[in-house]
Design a protein around this ligand. Structure first.
Ligand code: IYR
Length: 225
């Protein structure tokens, strides 16, 4: 018997009640769906309704978080002037990255992706989502520490990326480095630090992605039965 009194503050969990065949088929079809996801760097400028971006962010906001603090802010940007400010600042940092800040081994590892310091997707994609992590919350002027912020925000990102894919849109995990310029341009408060930038939109008609293999289950999992 649990010692925790769940008479108040709790509700029954609403289970799906799938039979085992359904559990198997759902697990397979979800894998097959997400296995189609690719990071795409070439976007169409076709508009995406704000309601779609709201749904995607709502989905990411269902992520579990340390003590349910939900330590995240999703900034969704469609303003052309803000997108071009972000592109200009990101390209400035990326130019430095590609011209001395990244090691030769790193540049070599990136060759197959065909990336360089030019980031046109930051202006072409109809939306940019910048995810901020909140190291602490401010409650009536008092700092309240959040828990497992990196883990929580990382999980929310994964769910955001999955929601984008499910909607038939594409994205890219872009980490211009250093990226504090995002906090400045978007005028975020002191407790918010940029975590990840994701352009969101439809793929360009002629978008290409590099040929990559995903590791097999044997390579990524160890079972103890
Ligand atoms: N941030 C740079 C470099 C870059 C780094 C990694 I690790 C990648 O997987 C891809 C790119 C850029 O966005 O070009």
């Amino acid at each position: 018997m649990s010692k925790v009194n769940k008479d108040s503050g709790f509700v029954p969990y609403v289970a799906k009640h799938y039979d085992l065949d359904k559990v198997v088929s759902e697990s397979k079809s979800f894998y097959e769906n997400l296995n189609q996801r690719r990071s795409v760097r070439e976007f169409s400028d076709k508009a995406v309704p704000k309601s779609v971006i709201e749904n995607i962010i709502r989905t990411a906001g269902t992520a579990p978080s340390g003590a349910h603090k939900q330590p995240w802010t999703f900034c969704a940007i469609s303003s052309a002037s803000l997108k071009s400010k972000i592109r200009e600042a990101a390209e400035k940092e990326e130019y430095e990255n590609y011209h001395g800040r990244m090691s030769d081994a790193w540049l070599d590892d990136l060759k197959k992706f065909g990336t360089d310091w030019h980031k046109p997707f930051l202006e072409v994609a109809p939306w940019i989502i910048v995810l901020f992590r909140k190291t602490y919350d401010v409650d009536e002027g008092e700092k309240k520490k959040n828990y497992y912020v990196q883990e929580s925000v990382g999980i929310a990102c994964g769910m955001l990326i999955s929601a984008i894919h499910q909607a038939g849109l594409v994205t890219l995990t872009h980490t211009p480095s250093p990226m504090n310029f995002l906090a400045k341009i978007l005028e975020r408060p002191e407790n918010e630090k940029p975590y990840l930038l994701l352009p969101v939109g439809f793929p360009a008609d002629d978008a290409k992605v590099p040929i990559l293999n995903r590791k097999s289950i044997e390579e990524i999992a160890v079972f103890f039965e």
